[in-house]
Design a protein around this ligand. Sequence first.
Ligand code: BES
Ligand code: MN
Ligand code: ZN
Length: 492
Amino acid sequence: MQFAYAKNGATVKADALIVPLFEGAASFKDYAYGDKLKKLFPKDDFDGKAGQTLVLPANSAVSATRVVLLGLGKRAKASAQSFGEALAGFFRGGNKFKHVAIALDSVVGLKNTGAEQVGRWAAEGVLLGGYSFDVLITKKDKKKQQATKITLAGGPEAQLKKGVAYGSATAEYTAHARDLVNEPSNRINPATLSKFAQDMARKIPGLTCKVLKKADLQRLKMGALLAVNAGSDIPAHVIILEWKGGTKTEKPIAFVGKGLTFDSGGYDIKPAAGMLGMKMDMGGGAATIAALGAIAKLKLKVNAVGIVPTTENLINGSAYHPGAVITSMSGQTIEIGNTDAEGRLALCDALTYTQKNYKPRVIVDMATLTGAQVVALGGKCVGLMTNDDKLAKSLEESFDAVGENCWRLPLHDFYDKQLDTPIADMKNIGGNPGTITAGLFLQRFIDEGQKWAHLDIAGPAMNDGEGFRLWAARSATGSPVRSLVQFAETYK
Ligand code: BES
Ligand code: MN
Ligand code: ZN
């Protein structure tokens, strides 16, 4: 996608000019050519409600071939974010316009919204709204068509450019996370996921990637991750990305993401309907890899590591059994109450490894961990659990800033007892509430004093509906990549 800049939307020779308008006819006055434009349509065709669009043949008011009226809702409530979301809604539908100009006169002047934010949200709205996963479609007319050039017209160019550079980076890497999740598990497995991370790192100066192979995991005694991997013919890996944008002595922020490239459930096998979508079980890993990519691309002044334990959960003859007792890297023993509670097993060894090797100033892990998260919070809100109130606040603010949602769930210690078993240090299932007992399981691998948060993204990883905010319809969301970048930039 090419971004260009112009002073006046009216004179850009584009295939379409998008004119954002607030609710109420007076908002045409935001544009010097507004009165002429208004003659294009009868009064009640368009009232500027948020997300409303109307495509019209242009008149002599502008040089573009078409005019797209884009509703922003009430002026008092509008922001760069709601502008970006309205744009995403328009581009989500796909269109045949190759060169699209966007008139910014009405939005650059908004309260609480600098031009840089407008540039950022314009880029994110166009690129993420316009996203589609079509590499596996061979028929050209089945692919969503998208513009190749966007001209932003009517704002301070230097600030817009800065915002576009930021938003293009977050959008590009969010799209990578979406691609990884949308890719089926015959194409993305531990080997190819590792290769993606290594190829990505090679393209970004200063970002390094190393991959722990199965022999390394054995040497490190990662018995929990290896137990999950036992039933798969493809060796487990741990992907490690490092970015050193901060000072030499500063401890890194650590992101840890579940990278189950397919989850059949193991011997506690999932029913067909529950198994069908399980290529997405590496959504946490994909977000971790993509966040490190974006952080490095943006050269954030922070030290960050991304750790992704990756395996399949399958059932060849060597698969781990219900009732097995395994020893994790931490030394703690785990009775397998259910082979389908595998994500926490992959994560617990990764958490131990992360603490031992990095002593991070904070750990945020993320995982498509429990079906119960979907029941509790649905597909549009991430479940947040943490041992630190300040960290909770910082994550909540980060999600909020980028237009994603999270909600904190408690880690009450009275539920922790449900993980006890007479024959080992713990079992890997703790009953209801399933999202919280999964979080409590992970907490058993967190060292005293270590600041840590767990994000259950089982619902939000995949958007099964009509599209939401900057999300594409019926495909992966790339959540919470943009929240993580925001967090890395702002966490103190
Ligand atoms: N990957 C699943 C969780 C999941 C379910 C993600 C639905 C997205 C949509 C996870 O590995 C799993 O199977 N969890 C079990 C845990 C249970 C056995 C304690 C679950 O939630 O049913
Ligand atoms: Mn499972
Ligand atoms: Zn899983």
